[in-house]
Design a protein around this ligand. Structure first.
Ligand code: SAH
Length: 212
């Protein structure tokens, strides 16, 4: 696959992500909530904007960064596009699973319940895990030393700070219930014992048999 196709796929995912995210943010804004981002978080969010939005758009629509381009083997195009698609799917699946408890900042709602089902069964931070997948895919899809790793590197301060604050708040509110959840479920990658390969193979076998 040509690198231009990868850039087009990246752009489509980008637009999809912006459109879907606006859908969720729209409800939030109408609720007239206080801003939950402190000064430090706002600075870290600016880093993310640069790494995931500004630089990729400038890269795709200009040749300013052409000098720093690299060329990866063509076979990497398919797995990296799949990883990108998976990241976007996971991001919105997590929004759907979190439902009314989602908020762009840190917030405990009036009747806040701890969600441990759907993708929250696999990891405690599926949205952040989705961004890890998208950020890694960006390295392979936007093949440029500045733009490719920009999101991956510039997002680190935000997520280090965010996870610590978010988990502190959830621990204070849910206490033992959240502590138990932490014991059984990893933050970003599922536990080995949660990935039941025998079940996956059994399902694959079943669908192959049904097709045949
Ligand atoms: N860290 C999560 C959610 C990010 S949205 C993820 O990566 O998917 C941030 C809001 O979600 C915060 O207000 C937090 O209180 C809430 N939240 C995070 N995990 C939750 C859970 N398991 N159940 C209910 N609310 C949760």
């Amino acid at each position: 696959m040509d690198r231009a196709y990868l850039e087009i796929i990246f752009l489509c995912g980008f637009v999809l992500q912006v459109v879907l995210r606006s859908y969720y943010v729209q409800y939030y804004v109408t609720e007239k909530h206080k801003r939950y981002f402190n000064k430090k978080e706002r600075l870290f969010l600016l880093f993310i904007f640069v790494g995931f939005q500004l630089l990729p758009l400038l890269y795709v629509f200009s040749d300013w960064f052409a000098f720093f381009d690299y060329n990866l083997p063509k076979w990497l195009a398919f797995p990296s596009s799949m990883l990108y698609g998976f990241g976007i799917w996971l991001f919105f699946r997590a929004h759907a699973d979190l439902g009314k408890y989602w908020s762009p900042g840190l917030e405990i709602k009036a009747d806040h319940q701890l969600i441990t089902t759907g993708v929250f069964k696999w990891v405690r931070h599926p949205m952040y895990a989705a961004f890890v997948a998208i950020a890694i895919a960006q390295v392979f899809m936007l093949q440029n030393w500045i733009v490719g790793p920009a999101f991956l590197l510039l997002a680190i301060p935000f997520y280090m700070n965010r996870v610590k604050r978010e988990e502190g708040q959830l621990l204070r509110y849910f206490g033992e219930q959240y502590r138990n959840y932490m014991h059984t479920t990893n933050a970003l990658f599922p536990r080995k014992e949660q990935i039941d390969f025998s079940l996956i193979f059994a399902r694959l076998k079943f669908s192959v048999k049904n097709k045949g």
